[in-house]
Design a protein around this ligand. Structure first.
Ligand SMILES: Nc1ncnc2c1ncn2[C@@H]1O[C@H](COP(=O)(O)OP(=O)(O)OP(=O)(O)O)[C@@H](O)[C@H]1O
Ligand SMILES: [Zn+2]
Length: 474
């Protein structure tokens, strides 16, 4: 039985999805005005791993993760860069997929974008107005927090406490300082969309409610995000969605802890961010993933280059165990026996499952994966090798542990463990340089030039020197 810590009830609970065998989940995706940083990557890797584990446990998971491509931060950044906001958002959506693919994040079943869901958002706001939970005021629309008595149930905040800290900013037309915007009247020069309340754009919270309701229905299983989203974002999502549908929104609310730098949250506003793509230039993606899963997802995790160095080295233990298993398969005898070893491997799987069942304890699961690799590596010295059934069972375990934790990507159901991708790339360039060299010796200038031109288009420059041809990135 899987147990999850639910922010809504503030305790660990048995995980029981609404529909047996199926899980529907929504995770708040990035606001696309920059490349993702290591903090954003933690949220991605954590929920990707949770999804993978649910699949491993036999659930059919329907996973929705949005892109917030309409937002104040995007508009501001686009103005700074003299770009169209939608173009800027598109650029970072593409960059998101490049980064996420590198770190082996599975694609969501749907990646809805706010800009494609204006009709749904406008409709949801209209429902809230009709039901008396929201009001229009001079082109803005606000949610009337007082009308939703359960407000504060997720974050555990009291209205009185919130009221003390709230104020109405100049230009806002709220009736109560606690109210929050569902629709914001257009400002000159900013992108806007038509609505019954005039030109404007949606607030961030209503965007997620509309997309979650559209793809997952009024009640679904898991809603996730970083713990900075508990208040106000998720509190507001609950208020909007439950006010509109009259039904309980998500059952389980899961929140990951922060990546920290010098004990502060890694965040763009603090200027202490390390971009995921930069970190992946220094360390192989499986090492970055290993780092992000090394601590329980709810605890803070400090970014230290030393840890990543260590993770990159530790991977060699996993690699060698995989390479050994593959080789050993070919030589193994189809003998029977190994009952004791098989029983030990069964126990390994049970321990792994118990660790992940316990609120997705990836730290323990990783330790078990490394122990397994250690055990397998010790077989390399054994003669005779363990019997074939034991090797097969070990290989299957290796594949499923890796599939859950997502360290090494898979091709045709098997992990790609050979070499670093950058090494493969370098070897390929070297090969092309050699072929070009041979072509030149044959005076086949057409082939030689074609290789040079093609590489140049890929950003790789060849330099012919007396000592041979060298290559470098342009
Ligand atoms: N330092 C962090 N550690 C863990 N998760 C984080 C961190 N920073 C952001 N997240 C999570 O990343 C996801 C994407 O969020 P979003 O794109 O809104 O980031 P952001 O809030 O703009 O980042 P920043 O805080 O740097 O401005 C959210 O689930 C958010 O909670
Ligand atoms: Zn959201």
């Amino acid at each position: 039985m899987i147990e999850v810590y639910n922010t809504l009830t503030k305790r660990k609970e048995p995980f029981v999805p609404r529909e047996p065998g199926r899980v529907r989940m929504y995770v708040c995706g990035p606001t696309t005005y920059n490349y993702i940083h290591l903090g954003n990557a933690r949220a991605l890797v954590v929920f990707d791993t949770i999804r993978r584990y649910l699949e491993y446990r036999g659930f059919r998971v329907f996973f929705v993760q949005n892109f917030t491509d309409i937002d104040d931060k995007i508009i501001k950044r686009a103005a700074e860069e003299k770009m169209d906001p939608q173009e800027l958002a598109l650029k970072y959506i593409e960059a998101y997929f490049e980064d996420a693919d590198q770190i082996n994040i599975k694609r969501a079943d749907v990646h809805p974008r706010v800009s494609d869901h204006l009709p749904e958002i406008v409709e949801l706001i209209s429902i809230l107005i009709d039901k008396g939970f929201a009001y229009a005021a001079e082109g803005d629309v606000y949610f009337a927090v007082r009308k939703f008595p359960a407000y504060g149930k997720l974050s555990g905040r009291q209205l009185s406490e919130l009221r003390a800290g709230a104020r109405v900013e100049p230009g806002e037309n709220k009736r109560d300082p606690l109210d929050f915007a569902l629709w914001k009247k257009a400002k000159p020069g900013e992108p806007s969309w038509p609505s019954p309340w005039g030109e404007g754009r949606p607030g961030w919270h209503i965007e997620c409610s509309a997309m979650a309701l559209k793809y997952l229905g009024p009640e679904f299983d898991i809603h996730g995000g970083g713990s900075d989203l508990i208040f106000p974002h998720h509190e507001n999502e609950i208020a909007q969605s439950e006010a509109a549908t009259g039904r309980p929104f998500a059952r389980y609310w899961l929140h990951n802890g922060f990546i920290t730098v010098k004990e502060e949250k890694m965040s763009k506003s603090l200027g202490n961010v390390f971009l995921l793509r930069k970190v992946m230039e220094l360390y192989p993606p499986p090492a970055v993933r290993l780092f992000l899963l090394s601590t329980h997802y709810r605890s803070p995790l400090a970014y230290t280059p030393e840890y990543l160095e260590g993770a990159a080295k530790a991977l060699s233990r996993l690699r060698s165990s995989w390479l050994f298993l593959q080789e050993a398969q070919k030589q193994a005898e189809e003998s029977s026996g190994g009952t004791e070893q098989l029983a030990r491997l069964d126990k390994w799987e049970q321990d792994f499952t118990a660790a992940m069942d316990d609120d997705f304890n990836t730290a323990r699961a990783l330790a078990l994966f490394f122990d397994l690799a250690h055990e397998i590596n010790s077989w390399a010295e054994l003669r005779p090798l363990p019997p074939a059934p034991v090797l097969r069972r070990a290989l299957l375990l290796w594949v499923s542990f890796n599939r859950v934790l997502g360290l090494f990507p898979e091709r045709r159901g098997l992990p790609v463990v050979e070499q670093e991708r950058t090494m493969v790339l370098e070897e390929l360039v070297k090969l092309l340089v050699e072929i070009r060299q041979e072509a030149r010796q044959r005076k086949d200038w057409a082939t030689a030039d074609r290789i040079r031109e093609s590489l140049k288009n890929l950003g790789i420059v060849l330099e012919d020197t007396p000592a041979g041809t060298r290559w470098r990135w342009a």
